[in-house]
Design a protein around this ligand. Structure first.
Ligand code: MG
Length: 253
């Protein structure tokens, strides 16, 4: 079932979302060649804890895997999502790195991601970032009352396809609130007019994951990477469906 949030729940989500948005902005100034993903994780954890939040991903459990050890996910180049921060993964000039942040504050979760440039990147990587980001904003624009989940999926997937890129298989957006992952599932490709109907008060994490070379995914423990090792990018916002335009919640205060 899809939970419709009350006004007071939405206020709580706004607060957790501000932490995520502020942290993603702060990371812009930190990401550079030579820094390890573990240093980014430490910065992120301190940022979240000092604002009274908890990192939603730390200790996250999935059957058959050890609990997730990071406070954020750091996914470099061909890694799509769920990369585990560690001291040995050092950013290099020309890399791209997706950082996914989840925060729980007062029982309500926020979730957003951004893919960053490390120094100067190739024009191919630049185009991937632009297309993935634009596909997110096209998906968000379709999140209006009366539309269906499939309209969001179609807006994302058809745009990505038109640019010659691929939506990663089996990885989707989701509802969010008291739980990090709630119904509905939000695929990044689909048919318009299908799926659950959208209504005001729903909070959704919309998150295209876009690959250059193939839709196929290789799963190695927590980490998902592109089958052919081509580049992958990820952008995500938690949004609120309103009676008018959707509101992006994961922005700095
Ligand atoms: Mg998410």
């Amino acid at each position: 079932m899809i939970y419709i949030k009350s006004a007071s729940e939405i206020e709580k989500m706004r607060k957790s979302c501000h932490i995520v948005g502020g942290l993603l902005d702060a990371l812009e100034g930190l990401i550079r060649p030579g820094i390890s993903t573990l240093e980014l994780d430490k910065f992120a954890e301190d940022y979240i804890l000092s604002r009274g939040g908890k990192p939603s991903f730390k200790g996250y459990q999935v059957d058959g895997l050890p609990p997730f050890s990071g406070s954020i996910c750091t996914s470099i180049n061909e890694q799509i999502v769920h990369g585990i921060p560690n001291a040995n993964s050092i950013l290099k000039e020309g890399d791209i790195i997706g950082v996914d942040v989840g925060v729980n504050l007062n029982g309500y979760n926020a979730d957003a991601a951004r893919t960053y440039r490390v120094g100067k990147i190739s024009s191919e990587a630049e185009k991937l970032l632009q297309v993935t980001k634009e596909s997110l904003y096209r998906g968000i624009a379709a999140a209006i009352p009366g539309n269906r989940i499939g309209d969001i999926s179609y807006a994302i997937g058809s745009f990505v396809k038109s640019k010659g890129y691929f939506v990663a298989d089996n990885l989707t957006g989701h509802g969010i609130g008291r739980n990090l992952h709630e119904e509905p599932m939000i695929p990044n490709m689909g048919k318009p007019g299908r799926g659950p109907r959208l209504s005001s008060g729903m909070t959704l994490a919309i998150e295209p994951m876009v690959n250059i070379g193939t839709n196929r995914v290789f799963e190695n423990g927590w980490e998902f990477k592109v089958w052919d090792n081509s580049l992958s990018a990820h952008f995500e916002h938690t949004i609120l469906i309103t009676d008018g335009e959707p509101e992006i919640l994961t922005v700095a205060e």
